[in-house]
Ligand binder design. Structure first.
Ligand SMILES: Cc1cc2nc3c(=O)[nH]c(=O)nc-3n(C[C@H](O)[C@H](O)[C@H](O)COP(=O)(O)OP(=O)(O)OC[C@H]3O[C@@H](n4cnc5c(N)ncnc54)[C@H](O)[C@@H]3O)c2cc1C
Length: 418
């Protein structure tokens, strides 16, 4: 049997998985800019690698692949249990924490090392420190234009490849090597690319609430675009200078990024006591108001409820909005306490931007579903496949993006080598 020759560009999560799948039936060359595979993978989940989630991934994704049905086909075939079985067969021990799956060692290196071992076992030819600069298709075969970073030398590789899998990632965390080269390759072949934007990142707000006083609080957040509700999220909010951060903010950032790009207005509404109804907050604050003495600072209203740091920020906001310079003492009547309770449950902040790619975890946008078949091959260029973050699909925090990297890599790898 004559084996196919396949090139995989990019040794990130999706590229390694694509190479492993393709190598079952084909000869595979894996090209990577970095000296070693999985540079981004090693940073995931704060070095612990949250590589899957127990929930159905589909509702956690945005982008044209999720709207087109391609994403559901990919996840249906490679669902969580199938990926877990695969990693088990590779020899990875894992455990589940708060709905997310992690290697048993709690070290991302375990996942990376096991993938590298399987790549070797399956005879994948790894080409480190080689940047693919261009892909050409002549008479049914693909040829790569290579730049050897170690020798600072460009060369045209005359090896004909039957298929090429582009797994170059998006533009997020560019120091790890993902600098958007896949978009360039796609556009060169005339494929459409939805503008890449930062996602899973912080938001920017001009509100003075976001000052140098770094605070963390458990909240629920709603995102409004042009005053219409868009999405909500719960978790730890980090108050930093210039804007909010934290996982609950990350999960809303892709939507905000796209809306702001379209010139639409964005705001978030934060509920600082999501576990209580507004009338319960009112009763709580009324009890506190009765205890406040003349010499107490305004933050005494929140003693036992919020941390001192958060109370300071909230009091500044209340001062600006409700008290306008007056002291809290003696003016806290029922109407005012009602207003304060309402504000604690719905504190609004204008959002004017998002973090840059350098501090973002994923990319929103990418190669559009309209130019792809369900097996992630190009409709226009047979034999050209795309996987992972370079595609127009971005997921929430919690292992969903890596699930897509594994599942899309397997889809393309199996199809390309068939
Ligand atoms: C800090 C951080 C934490 C994260 N944590 C999690 C998490 O816990 N769980 C989760 O699900 N997701 C997480 N993510 C997101 C997840 O890591 C990515 O979505 C996923 O790794 C994307 O995989 P990929 O293979 O598509 O791209 P990448 O991992 O970006 O890999 C692309 C590879 O291609 C190489 N490359 C690019 N261009 C070329 C070229 N022209 N020639 C040769 N090689 C090239 C790059 O060097 C890179 O190694 C995190 C991301 C970051 C930045």
């Amino acid at each position: 049997m004559i084996l196919k020759n396949i090139a995989v560009i990019g040794a990130g999560a999706s590229g390694m998985m694509a190479a492993i799948a393709a190598a079952e039936n084909a000869r595979v060359c894996l090209f990577e800019k970095n000296e070693f595979p999985g540079r981004k993978l090693l940073q995931t989940g704060n070095g612990k690698c949250n590589f899957l989630n127990e929930s159905d991934p589909l509702p956690h994704f945005r982008g044209s692949l999720s709207d087109s049905g391609i994403l559901s086909a990919v996840f249906e075939k490679y669902d969580r249990d199938r990926i877990l079985r695969l990693f088990s067969s590779f020899g990875l021990l894992y455990h589940k924490k708060n709905g997310g799956y992690y290697p048993r060692s709690d070290s991302a290196a375990s996942v990376n090392d096991i993938l590298i071992e399987v790549l070797k076992d399956r005879g994948v030819l790894f080409h480190p420190q080689v940047q693919v600069k261009g892909i050409e298709k002549r008479e049914g075969s693909f040829y790569l234009d290579l730049f050897h970073l170690k020798h600072n030398k460009r060369s045209k590789d005359e090896t004909p490849f039957d298929a090429v899998i582009v797994a170059t990632g998006g533009k997020a965390a560019p120091k790890t090597g993902s600098t958007g080269d896949g978009y360039y390759f796609a556009e060169k072949f005339g494929l459409s690319v939805a503008r890449p934007l930062p996602a899973l990142t912080r938001l920017l707000s001009p509100d003075p609430f976001f000052n140098d006083n770094t605070v963390r609080a458990y909240v629920s957040v709603k995102l409004f675009i042009d005053d219409s509700f868009s999405a909500s999220s719960k978790g730890e909010l980090q108050v930093n200078a210039g804007g909010p951060s934290g996982i609950c903010i990350f999960d809303l950032s892709g939507r905000a990024s796209r809306a702001l790009k379209e010139g639409r207005s964005c705001r978030i509404s934060v509920d600082f006591l999501p576990e209580l109804e507004e009338d319960e907050v009112f009763s709580l604050l009324k009890k506190r108001a009765d205890k406040i003495r003349e010499e107490d600072p305004p933050t005494a209203l929140f003693t036992g409820i919020f941390s001192e740091r958060l109370s300071v920020n909230i009091c500044e906001k209340l001062e600006n909005l409700l008290f306008k310079g007056r002291s809290f003492h003696g003016i806290l009547n029922d109407t005012l306490i009602k207003d304060v309770s309402n504000l604690i449950k719905n504190m609004c902040f204008e959002i004017t931007g998002t973090g840059e790619f350098v501090i973002s975890q994923v990319t929103s946008g990418g190669i559009s579903a309209e130019c792809l078949n369900p097996d992630l091959s190009s409709k226009k260029v047979p034999g050209l496949y795309f996987t992972g973050e370079c595609l127009d699909a971005d997921g929430d925090c919690g292992g969903f993006n890596l699930h897509f990297a594994w599942a899309s890599g397997l889809t393309a790898g199996v199809a390309a080598s068939a």
